[in-house]
Design a protein around this ligand. Sequence first.
Ligand SMILES: NC(=O)c1ccc[n+]([C@@H]2O[C@H](COP(=O)([O-])OP(=O)(O)OC[C@H]3O[C@@H](n4cnc5c(N)ncnc54)[C@H](O)[C@@H]3O)[C@@H](O)[C@H]2O)c1
Length: 437
Amino acid sequence: MIGTGYVGLVTGACLADFGHVVTCVDKDPAKIEALLAGQMPIYEPGLEDLVNRNARERRLSFTTELAPAVREADVVFLAVGTPSRRGDGHADLSYVYGAAREIAAAAEGFTVIVTKSTVPVGTGDEVERIIREASPHADIAVASNPEFLREGAAIEDFKRPDRIVIGTEDPRAKAVMTEVYRPLYLNQGPLMFTARRTSELIKYAANAFLATKITFINEIADLCEKAGANVQEVARGIGLDKRIGSKFLHAGPGYGGSCFPKDTLALMRTGQDYGVPLRVVEAVVGVNDARKSAMARKVIAALDGNVYGKTVALLGLTFKPNTDDMRESPSIPLVYSLLDKGAKIRAYDPEGMTEAKKVLGDIEYRASAYDCLDGADVGVIVTEWDEFRALDLDRVKAALTRPVIVDLRNIYRPEDMAERGFRYESIGRSGVPEAGA
Ligand SMILES: NC(=O)c1ccc[n+]([C@@H]2O[C@H](COP(=O)([O-])OP(=O)(O)OC[C@H]3O[C@@H](n4cnc5c(N)ncnc54)[C@H](O)[C@@H]3O)[C@@H](O)[C@H]2O)c1
């Protein structure tokens, strides 16, 4: 497993748990040292137990040395990062190609090289070209096997996938990949073989579609606010239709995370490169960016238009619960916009504060939700961690200097909050129709 980040570590640990012998390789010595000491470099529920158990049972090991691990391997997974390239939004493939060159020099015997990283259509062709050029006699097949796991539920998703997509037309590679996934296959996890380019595109199309669903309901939420309707009920009303489905219809502050923002952008660029502009995806990218920046306005409005010198308490910073991942989190533009307007920001996140400190400016961190709210002018629910779902509202009210809550995740009921004397602003549920339309 080349790259021991979220995907590489989870995949490596799960494959080891199936009984395979897995070596996780990473360039980052700190990550490998931590793992060798039994410490997880990321927060993911259930991961520590799974990793340490498989390491103890000698199916899972960690190293910074790529060559010896690749030499012994029948299958080499590429799970390195593919971030947005600065400037143009294309996927930055330098880590993928760099690893391919290293693999070319080390592979021995028939080796299947599997791209698990999310890569634009055609990348497998280039990986294969790089390896064949560097090592003309290497006996290799290059396959695509995109990953669909969600952070926060990664192990469950890996072990009980809706489908496993494998892009290869090489019969030997198909046989090896069938063997790798046999335990899931026996559990009825549908294995789908396609051509490599199709497989690469499936991943982007899936992410773009999910991002579209979120963005769609977010725009409907804005309309609900103006038209006096309730977006949660609209979402339920459409989601019960099986053709639509109820998932990914929760209105909120806009999607973030390590995947959707960069993958929608990369797909948009790919469409433009092929002369097939993907207008829907382009709109989704634009609408979502604007939405994230607009969230600060909601907070400012809840404080009657002025946050200068006011203390804003943020509950949650990560892009979603059950992860410490801060990449592209909606909290980032929110914090910066509020700081620009002169607010004082303090925050509490159950798992994300170490990561948050690396990306956010000069803000104060508190040790608990109540501590964070204590003496603040407004409380803002940014991430729907379970511990924010059942706050003692009397205590919250007593802690705040004024009872104002802005809930960007709709985890409380407006009627309950009103009854308890809060000024409560949420997403798409204002219920007061604007005149004139
Ligand atoms: N995070 C997710 O939820 C998720 C889900 C599905 C797909 N993906 C895709 O999987 C890929 C990896 O994502 P991630 O979130 O795990 O990234 P990550 O940044 O957490 O991890 C990537 C790791 O690769 C290492 N690396 C880079 N080049 C290397 C090399 N030559 N040799 C050894 N190690 C090297 C880095 O040090 C880093 O630890 C991306 O393409 C991403 O789009 C991510």
